[in-house]
Ligand binder design. Structure first.
Ligand SMILES: Nc1ccn([C@@H]2O[C@H](COP(=O)(O)O)[C@@H](O)[C@H]2O)c(=O)n1
Ligand SMILES: [Zn+2]
Ligand SMILES: [Zn+2]
Length: 254
């Protein structure tokens, strides 16, 4: 079986060229959206993908380029398609995504719509627990070093496909993924300038062993990406809308 990835966008938080870094992952017929930023609804439309074709959304953290499209998605699913979509949310973000991010726009006390569960079939994801989200499709989260005291998570799908979300450079995690978990693909955010702020820098990623670089796809990059195409070692710039396919063995938690 293969897992395919199609980036709805590959840009940084303020990109005007590449959309938000959000990904559509397909495995065994299951369509998982990794993050839903404010450009995601238009990006899905660009790809002629309807909201109801998404089987589940996973949220890495609460920055707008990762959740800003959830209000439209929720309204579309409720009022246009009359379906309750699945939302996979790290346990520590469950209350905050409603109280501090979605409630203002989605709450409607006059229609007794007062909670996240009124819009979504909510599945909390405990950190570090390999969770079967669909038959043979597992997801495991890792707390990332992004904004202090503001939880952000990376995901590992079926033990082999890693998606960083937003994180600073974390050599210990990357070594664990590559040498212990036998990761075969790493999609990683990349800040093209120094010094490191809240993302891994290209210079730090270039210090990785070449055999690791070969499986790294760079995303969440600046609009000046084209100035770096020959400066990324053995790594690859993930491109918006391009389809990537990775052979994966079936996994179950049992
Ligand atoms: N400590 C911080 C927090 C935020 N920023 C800026 O905000 C942007 C957040 O969006 P991301 O998707 O990139 O996480 C970030 O890009 C910074 O511009 C910061 O610099 N430092
Ligand atoms: Zn981001
Ligand atoms: Zn962020």
């Amino acid at each position: 079986m293969s897992l395919t990835v199609q980036m709805l966008g590959t840009g940084w938080a303020f990109s005007k060229k590449y959309n938000n870094t959000n990904a559509l992952v397909q495995y065994k017929g299951y369509n998982l959206l990794l993050d839903c930023g404010f450009t995601a609804p238009a990006a899905l439309h660009e790809l002629n993908i309807k909201p109801y074709q998404i089987d589940g959304v996973f949220i890495t953290h609460l920055h707008a380029d990762h959740i800003g499209g959830l209000e439209e998605y929720a309204f579309q699913m409720m009022y246009t398609y009359k379906k309750k979509p699945v939302l996979f949310i790290p346990t520590t973000l469950r209350q905050a995504i409603w109280d501090y991010s979605l409630r203002g726009g989605l709450e409607n006390p006059g229609e007794n719509i007062t909670s996240l569960e009124d819009y979504f079939d909510v599945h909390e994801i405990p950190v570090g627990v390999r969770t079967e989200i669909a038959s043979g499709f597992t997801l495991e989260t890792f707390l990332t070093k992004h904004i202090p005291d503001k939880p952000s998570y990376a995901v590992l799908l079926n033990d082999h496909f890693f998606y960083s979300g937003d994180t600073c450079f974390d050599l210990k995690l990357l070594n664990t993924l590559f040498y212990q978990r036998n990761c075969t693909a790493i999609f990683h955010d990349c800040q093209l300038f120094n010094p490191e702020t809240v993302h891994a820098t290209l210079d730090d990623l270039l210090t990785l062993p070449l055999e690791m670089q070969k499986i790294i796809y760079l995303m969440h990059y600046g609009d000046n990406m084209e100035n770096f195409t020959d400066k990324i070692g053995q790594m690859t710039f993930a491109k918006k809308h391009q389809l990537y396919s990775f052979p994966l063995e079936e996994k179950s938690i049992y």
